[in-house]
Design a protein around this ligand. Structure first.
Ligand code: ZN
Length: 133
């Protein structure tokens, strides 16, 4: 598999609005619109930085993964996303190599990207997302 770059870093927040005040008003970054991804029960806002982005994630349901993450660990970095050349091929290879996968087949992420998550038990505690755009 070929990892091209760090696509984005996902940050779980209770609410995007006050977080955006910090990233935009204080750090001077600029968000590029928000999107609710029903499948992930989250609203996402992307803040481009150079060739990568930050992804703010606000839960739309107490049952969502983001709400559960915040309940357990508080707000903060939730996942790191690597952009890959071919996500199906990457998933096949990772499975072959014994990596525990949360998604065995790609699902739809924000911006229409194909995404999949690897299990933190296989990645030294980091929730890794891979994505193909
Ligand atoms: Zn992400």
């Amino acid at each position: 598999m070929k990892i091209k770059k760090i696509d984005h870093i996902g940050i779980a927040v209770k609410s995007c609005a006050p977080a955006l005040k910090f990233y935009e008003d204080i750090l001077g970054m600029k968000s590029v619109g928000s999107e609710t991804v029903e499948e992930q029960k989250a609203t996402t806002v992307f803040l481009p930085i150079g060739d990568s982005e930050l992804e703010l994630l606000e839960s739309t349901s107490p049952e969502g993964a983001i709400a559960k993450f915040i309940e357990k660990r508080g707000e903060g970095i939730q996942h790191i996303c690597f952009q890959v050349e071919n996500i199906e091929e990457a998933l096949r290879e990772l499975k072959e190599k014994g990596v525990k996968l949360i998604d065995e087949t790609p699902r739809r992420g924000a911006g229409g990207a194909k995404i999949a998550f690897l299990h933190p038990k296989s990645t030294f505690g980091v929730l890794i997302e891979i994505s193909e755009k």
